[in-house]
Structure formats: structure tokens, C-alpha cells
Design a protein around this ligand. Sequence first.
Ligand SMILES: NC(=O)C1=CN([C@@H]2O[C@H](COP(=O)(O)OP(=O)(O)OC[C@H]3O[C@@H](n4cnc5c(N)ncnc54)[C@H](O)[C@@H]3O)[C@@H](O)[C@H]2O)C=CC1
Ligand SMILES: N/C(=C\C=C\C(=O)O)C(=O)O
Length: 490
Amino acid sequence: MAGRGGLLMLENFIGGKFLPCSSYLDSYDPSTGEVYCHVPNSGKEEVEAAVEAARAAFPGWSSRSPQERSQVLQRLADLLEQSLEELAQAESKDQGERGKTITLARTMDIPRAVHNFRFFASSILHHTSECTQMDHLGCLHYTVRAPVGIAALISPWNLPLYLLTWKIAPAIAAGNTVIAKPSELTSVTAWMMCRLLEKAGVPPGVVNIVFGTGPRVGEALVSHPEVPLISFTGSQPTAERITQLSAPYCKKLSLELGGKNPAIIFEDANLAECIPTTVRSSFANQGEICLCTSRIFVQRSIYSEFLKRFVEAARMWKVGIPSDPSADMGALISKAHLEKVRSYIKKARMEGAQILCGEGVDKLNLPPRNQAGYFMLPTVITDVKDESCCMKEEIFGPVTCVVPFDSEEEVIQRANNVKYGLAATVWSGNVGRVHRVAKKLQSGLVWTNCWLIRELNLPFGGMKSSGVGREGAKDSYEFFTEVKTITVKH
Ligand SMILES: NC(=O)C1=CN([C@@H]2O[C@H](COP(=O)(O)OP(=O)(O)OC[C@H]3O[C@@H](n4cnc5c(N)ncnc54)[C@H](O)[C@@H]3O)[C@@H](O)[C@H]2O)C=CC1
Ligand SMILES: N/C(=C\C=C\C(=O)O)C(=O)O
């Protein structure tokens, strides 16, 4: 939808129609400072209209069979896949020259969005229920599950379509209708997906998307009395706010939050594999993935060798404009976020830590038009104390700390000594050790001798301040349905 001056003007998608909004937000391309598109600044009125549409669509959609809903999800996956390149270009550009590389959008973001619909189109066909018998009392007990109703889905800017579809797919597969609110910073691919819904056979009102800011439209959505369920991915402060607003209604909550993820590298690790993988786990998507590594514990006997090779490899990690297919990472999402990340490095310096490469050490090499962009080099910090904010707080940027350890017991205690508990990697050739250490780590996810190999069938999520609940085939199905136990005396 072209708007004023030919700029992209997004519209809310409610009841199967694109609807204009009474006011708009300007979305800026920060590397040029120019307005790139206009995003609806939705509020209570738009949420009310979306609730009305979702309510009206619920009886029809929830009464369809899993097989019928599965076919719709498959068709939507096919249509998204046919639009992969267009979506990838938009996903990369939507963050302007500040964000995701075209290569990552092409190979990770959009393919995973397609897979999310394919995966839940299949998994919805294979759930079983439970049954027990009390023959001595002539009773049979069994469970049934039914969709909850209208699901509020709130997603962040770091993996826009990837995370939005990770919520939409299981929610509608289970028979719910949804009202989604993507991040106001990255709304374009959600809007593009809406153009495919009718062709996929998604009935009007099953998927509704309201664009805008968290405090205005997000809060109107999460506090609406007819929305019994909220799935949120983002920051802990926002999760706290959503929990407060939803508490009076006892809403079901799934909160996927941040991490301060450790990599634990034992002296028998295969460094030829460990180093490139740990560079990727530290700096992929500019370090703006909740699963990224931001603390690296290396056994002392190999610490010097690891550090030398890791810094060399980090310096090879190419920072470039997102449209450059050879770039390994683009720029950060916003000036404010760049300054937030830089502030951690300033604090580290003030604490006497060493910055071995990256910010303030090496020079960025960018085309003149992009030097105003929010770029930052992969940065490695050493000689930093466990109590430092760089070792305790989620930085969410291309920054990782490397520290030595001596014993297995010591490193487990130190790795667990943060408020987060999302993901970890453990590197060792000793199979007994990887099992033993993995079981003792306070993380919802532990990858050993690898990173980000995702098994969507199994629970995904964190413990402690990394969130509440899990997502995955069975976990998302249980979250997006209510269970009932029925007893029959025969
Ligand atoms: N762990 C993770 O997956 C992520 C963590 N973050 C962390 O959060 C920080 C801020 O990033 P943001 O994307 O701004 O995260 P955020 O938590 O502020 O926003 C995430 C989503 O929540 C919405 N939202 C914000 N305030 C809301 C409210 N009061 N009620 C309802 N919805 C609301 C936003 O519009 C967005 O759609 C980052 O610097 C990073 O540290 C950000 C993105 C993902
Ligand atoms: N929740 C996030 C990533 C999830 C990745 C996955 O499901 O594979 C995040 O970065 O916020």
C-alpha cells in the first residue's frame, strides 16, 4: 500500500481486510535518517475491532477438523515459500541498513517461518490424549483438549517473521483465532504475510494483526477481558508489565525472554569445530538472538590458544551492509540499542577489563553512505570479573566475554550464577562429562558440541528470569488448548 510520497503505508489486518488507522508512526531507515514506511499507531479502538473479528471467526475455525486446519497451514507455507526472496529482501530492508543481512534473512528467517507452518500442520495431526480405568468402580477417565479462544501474540524485532509465525502456526492449528502485534520496528513482513492469508484459505478473523507500540496497542491487547491467553517474546521488563496487566484475568502466559548464555569449553574440546561455531553463536544476527553466547568459559590449559584463535576468527566475521550477501552481520536495530551495547564496553574498560578486538580497537570499513548506520564490530572482552555487568546482564549485541576456569564443579557454579537460565553450549569429547555437565546447568536448552540445532518437537524455553513456559510440538499444543478430564461410570 503506497502512502504519502510513495512511502510504504502499512494497514492493520482485521476480519480479513486491510483497514487504515487514524494515526501512524514513522519508521526510519537509520542509515539515511529518512522515513522508510508508516506503521499504524493502533490503540484500543483497533484492538476492539480485532477482538470482534476474532470472536466471530472462532466458532467456525475451532469446529474445523485438525486435518482441515492442517491443509490451510500447508497452503500458507507453500505461499510463503513462493514469496521467499521478496520476504527476505523486506525482512533485511525493514531494519534498514541497521539490521539483518540478506543472507541470514534468506537462509534462516524466512525458511524457518515457512517451516513453522509446515511443522505445526503436521504435529497437529499426531497428538494423543490420556485415559485410565477404574474397573473396580466401573469407571473410565479420559482427557479432551479444546482451543482456548482468542490468543494475543506479541513478538520482537530481532527475528520478526520467524518468531511471529512460531506463535501463529500452533495457535491456529489448535483452532484458536489470533490477534498478533509485531514489533513496531519490524512490521513489514507480517503485513506482507497478511496478503497471502485469503489465498491460503485462512477465513476472515482467524488471523488479525494490529500494528503499533507496546504501551499503546500492546497494553490494550493484553488487558482485554476477552483475550484469555498471551504468548510473548521479548524483554524481561515488558514481560513483567504484561504479567501485571493480565493478572486480574488469570490469563495463560507464555513468556520467552532473554538469556546470558554460557559456552563451556573443556581442554579436550575439538577447537577446529568449537571456535567457528562459538563465533557464530556469539555474533549471529549481530548477537541479537536470545540464544546467543555472551559468556565463554575456557579451561585454563587451553585458554591462551583458544583466545588467540577465537579473536582471529572474530576479526574474520564480516560486518557489512545488509544487502551485501558476503556480510556475516549487519548493524544493530537502532541508535539507542547501539548506545546501550556500547555502554557495556565502556563499563568493562572502566572496570579494568581488556577489549581484545572490535569496538574501540579495530576500524569499521563501510561505504560512505552507511557510516551513519548503527554498525559495530564483533567485540571480545577478557580479564572481566564474574560480578561485572558484562557477565551478568543481557547485552543483546555483538559482545562476548572470555574467561578461564579450572574445574568442572567451579565452572558449573559460575555458569549458573546469573538470573537467566535459557541456553548453554558444552564442548568436550568426553561423553560422560557432557551428559553430567548438561544435567547440572540451569538452562532450558543445552547444546553439546554444536549450537542452534533445533528440534521443534521438544520443549523450547528458559528457566529463572528467562521466561515462563515452553514452546514446541506438544508444549505449544498444550499451551494453546485447555484440557478437560471426563469420567464415565458404566
Ligand atoms: N530475549 C529475546 O528474545 C529478546 C530480548 N530483547 C531484549 O529486550 C530489549 C528491548 O527490545 P524490544 O524489542 O524493545 O523488546 P520489548 O520487550 O520492548 O518488545 C517486544 C515486543 O513487546 C511489545 N511491547 C513493548 N512494551 C509492551 C507493553 N507494555 N505491553 C505489551 N507489549 C509491549 C513491543 O512492541 C514488541 O512487539 C532488547 O534490548 C533486548 O535486550 C529484545 C528482543 C528479543
Ligand atoms: N526467542 C528467540 C529465538 C528463538 C529461536 C528458535 O525458536 O529457534 C529470540 O531470539 O528472541
